[in-house]
Design a protein around this ligand. Structure first.
Ligand code: EPZ
Length: 418
């Protein structure tokens, strides 16, 4: 099992390019199942979850070729299967995203239930109930979602009682070939949802309102080819900005869209970071200062992203002052706390609130990653800690970050894979 060795205490300096967004690449690659003509998707991040969904597309019969410049060429014109098997879905719950396109275009799909995951039970009832409302017959048994829509799907008005990112994405894709109009109320507004809508519109789908809480999809009968470039990864960007903050350094990120990171940038300013915003770049300069502690409360976009919570709690662990971090999206997303405490952090969790008293210095320790973003927070803590930190189970990191250790080393970090 690969590990990351980190020797802390080096303020990060330098600039890196941010990759395409994992959480935009996954739904957009799933959406290529709707196409009869080949499409090219560029700026695809090289990470495990993307490899997994490409594997899944391959199992369904999609011809996929990757070229060296992060582009993926997809031809879904001749599928051979409509089954997303357990052994693959269990490694990545976002595989559920093939349900909507397969049902919308082929009227059938058998997708393994994703099962729980470390950060929470993460049910998919909203996906299933929405498609049932569109006329699908769905049986959930022996761990699979068996979905059929012999006469195709029918557009209808769906009110999502919880804001769900992949639920919104799945139902948007289901609406593409549905007869009539599908209206999604209380839809997720995340930039990745908008990126999926933009991709779908680029191949001829009729979608309005993406980015607001009401998305309207008018069914069409055919789609065409497209060459589409994926949005930047705002969570990867937030992670590197937090790395600059926690080490008191100065980092510049390129190929980003600052206006999509308002909640994160506001917290970094509150921490005392000096931010220089350009059209497609963000520079953070701590001028060697220790960050000030900031209170965080996660919320659906445009609120503070739950996927950046663990990273910012790590910064709070060494910040000046006491802070509270409230996690409102998932019921168990504080697994990084125990590991940070083993590095000397003074953090107590009560329900969905972590109370953190900043200390001067964490000390390096052997720690274990439990989920994707918790792992990132442990790496950040290791960058700031005195001494050596070994992060175990870094396959979690490789699922969601492309070349994290290389990019951090580029910024001067003392880090290597062992
Ligand atoms: C997406 O997961 C992201 N993954 C997650 O990123 C992210 O943390 C999450 O949205 C919230 O922003 C992808 O986009 C691939 P949700 P998703 O449905 O869609 C409840 C990462 O680190 N819910 O928005 O699965 C659910 O339990 C990953 O990259 C239902 O109750 O999250 C949760 O409490 C981690 N029923 C809340 O809604 C449903 O049918 C939000 O979940 C669906 C969701």
């Amino acid at each position: 099992m690969q590990k990351l060795w980190i020797k802390g205490g080096v303020p990060l300096e330098g600039e890196i390019r941010i990759s395409g967004a994992k959480n935009a690449a996954l739904p957009i690659l799933a959406a290529t199942l709707l196409l009869d003509e080949p499409a090219t998707i560029s700026n695809i991040p090289h990470l495990k979850d993307v490899t997994t969904i490409i594997e899944l597309l391959g199992i369904l019969g999609v011809k996929v070729t990757l070229d060296e410049s992060f582009s993926v060429h997809v031809d879904a014109s001749d599928l051979s299967s409509f089954v997303a098997p357990y052994e693959l879905v269990k490694t990545m719950r976002a595989s559920i995203l093939v349900l909507g396109p397969l049902l919308s275009k082929y009227g059938q799909a058998d997708v393994s239930l994703p099962g729980g995951c470390a950060i929470g039970s993460r049910p998919v009832d909203l996906h299933i109930n929405g498609m049932r409302a569109m006329g699908a017959e769905i049986e959930v048994e022996d761990g699979y979602i068996h979905a059929r829509a012999k006469n195709g799907l029918k557009g209808t008005r769906i009110v999502l009682n919880t804001v769900t990112v992949t639920g919104t994405e799945n139902l948007m894709m289901a609406g593409v070939f549905a007869k009539g109009q599908t209206i999604l109320k209380n839809a997720a507004r995340e930039p990745e949802v908008v990126d999926l809508a933009n991709f779908l519109k680029s191949v001829g789908a009729d979608i309005e309102g993406a980015g607001t809480d009401t998305i309207v999809i008018n069914g069409v009968t055919r789609l065409h080819s497209s060459h589409y470039s994926i949005l930047f990864d705002r969570i990867e960007a937030a992670t590197y900005l937090a790395a600059g903050a926690i080490t008191g350094g100065c980092v510049k990120l390129k190929d980003v869209e600052p206006e999509m990171m308002a909640a994160v940038l506001e917290k970094l300013s509150e921490m005392g970071a000096e931010l220089t915003i350009e059209e497609r770049a963000i520079q953070l300069d701590m001028r060697g200062k220790r960050p000030k502690a900031v209170d965080i409360e996660t919320a659906p976009y445009p609120g503070f992203p739950t996927d950046a919570q663990a990273q910012f709690l790590a910064v709070n662990a060494i910040a000046e002052g006491v802070s509270t971090v409230k996690e409102t999206i998932f019921e168990n997303r504080f697994m990084h706390v125990q590991e940070l405490v083993r590095m000397g952090a003074d953090i107590h969790v009560q329900g969905n609130i972590a109370v953190c008293k900043g200390i001067e210095k964490l000390h390096g320790a052997p720690v274990m990653a439990t989920d994707l973003r918790a792992s990132a927070s442990l790496v950040l803590a290791g960058l700031a800690a005195e001494g050596e930190t070994i992060v175990d189970r870094i396959y979690h990191i490789d699922r969601g970050y492309s070349c994290l250790d290389e990019k951090l080393a580029q910024l001067g970090a003392n880090i290597r894979r062992i």
